[in-house]
Ligand binder design. Structure first.
Ligand code: 2PG
Ligand code: MG
Length: 401
């Protein structure tokens, strides 16, 4: 038994300096803390961050209503707790209490239960199925995460090693190498975007080669296999039927050919959101062409939403899904979508948001559900908080992969 005995809420800042909510939940012997992150390039089917009245309205509802109602609830009944959050809100998109409040409560409750039980969160959530994940991080960033960067939002790399620390380190070495290469060509200092990836004033074509070469160099140096990937976040530059890049404008058909070439000719094996969030057909075409060579991930396409994923499965739109707790507001909803993805043989990526806190819940979640990748940057305090937690988790697991 682990009844909830109390809770607290406070405003804290996220990595962009924006206000967000942090919630604490107490059981007799347990305490859980979690804070909501926030996206800049959001899918239009995500739940709402806050109700009308913003963060203060969420806090008001928590203090006057929710904090009282949850006293005495059984925290180990996560599904029951999350159902209560849905009923307290009364809508599908958390527009009454706010998705940020919901997700902070839902995750804090899971943390509190694992603490009460005295087991690490990944074990509590994953049991014997828990398995170490592969860190996937961005080394160059643009799109909505930076000013004057590439059109493509994220250039990603994933180093593979049985020792997660070695993989994290190799990713950070690629990050460093990119800066050295870029600095050589530029007479202005190189800066970072929201997720601490480099912002480069080059066109996408050039960066595609640059990141590939840097990854190859570090792969040779470390002996690790390093995958190249990208999150195109293509909804953000799909305008009137065209994908608008710095030096080109591609039709839908040309965009399919372009991304096919990135996989076949440039050797990129991880591709996220290559098309507009409602273009299931182009996703399906690309997956048909290169699904055997690359992980084709839907993020804005699915927004962790069960119904959207079901639609995607029906259309064979992708072979992978990105999962973000705050896109749906509760852990139970995320796990339901995850189960559907797994039952249909899809790969799974757990992901951070561009506005983050030092909360490391997603590191435990990725391990608990045996996610293929954890996308959470390569450097920067709020990203490192999750990556370093993976190192501790691997130690706790006895060092095994
Ligand atoms: C994404 C995310 C995280 P944001 O598009 O995958 O990198 O960005 O949090 O801004 O939606
Ligand atoms: Mg994305």
């Amino acid at each position: 038994m682990s009844e909830i005995t109390g809770s607290k809420i406070r405003k804290i800042l996220d990595s962009r300096g924006n206000e967000t909510v942090e919630v604490e939940i107490f059981t007799e012997f347990g305490r859980g803390v979690s804070a909501a992150p926030s996206g800049a390039s959001k899918g239009s089917n995500e739940v709402k961050d806050y109700p009308e009245g913003g963060i203060d309205q969420s806090i008001k509802i928590f203090r006057s209503e929710i904090s009282k109602s949850i006293i005495g609830m059984e925290s180990s009944d996560q599904a029951g707790f999350d159902r209560y959050l849905e009923s307290a809100d009364g809508t599908d998109d958390f527009s009454n209490i706010g998705g940020n409040l919901a997700v902070a409560l839902s995750l804090a409750n899971a943390f509190a239960t694992s603490d009460e039980l005295g087991v690490p969160l990944f074990r509590y959530l994953g049991g014997i199925n828990a398995r170490m994940t592969t860190p996937l991080g961005n080394v160059v960033g643009g799109g909505k995460h930076a000013v004057n960067g590439t059109t493509i939002q994220e250039f990603l790399i994933a180093s593979h090693s049985g020792n997660v620390y070695e993989a994290i380190r190799a990713n950070s070495m690629v990050h460093k190498r990119i800066k050295e290469r870029a600095s050589k060509e530029l007479d202005i200092p190189v800066g970072m975007g929201d997720e601490k990836a480099w912002v480069l004033p080059f066109d996408d074509e050039k960066v595609i080669s640059m990141v590939k070469e840097a990854a190859e160099e570090i792969s040779e140096k470390t002996g690790l296999t390093i995958e190249n990937g990208m999150d195109l976040a293509a909804s953000n530059y799909f305008e009137k039927g065209h994908y608008v890049y710095r030096n080109s404008r591609l039709t839908r058909e040309e965009q399919v050919d372009f991304v096919e070439g990135i996989v076949k000719d440039r050797g990129y094996t991880v591709i996220e959101d290559p098309f507009d969030e409602n273009d299931f057909e182009s996703f399906a075409e690309l997956t048909k062409r290169v699904g055997d060579k690359a992980t084709i991930i839907g993020d804005d396409l699915y927004t962790t939403n069960y119904d959207r994923l079901q639609k995607g499965i029906g259309k064979r739109a992708s072979n992978a899904i990105l999962l973000k707790p705050n896109q749906v507001g509760t852990l139970s909803r995320l796990l339901k979508t995850w189960k559907l993805a797994k039952d249909n043989g899809m790969s799974v990526v757990v992901s951070h948001r561009s506005g983050e806190t030092t909360d490391y819940f997603i590191a435990h979640l990725a391990v608990a559900i045996g996610a293929d990748y954890l996308k959470t940057g390569t450097v920067g305090g709020e990203r490192i908080a999750k990556l370093n937690e993976l190192v501790r988790i691997q130690e706790e697991m006895g060092g095994q992969e």
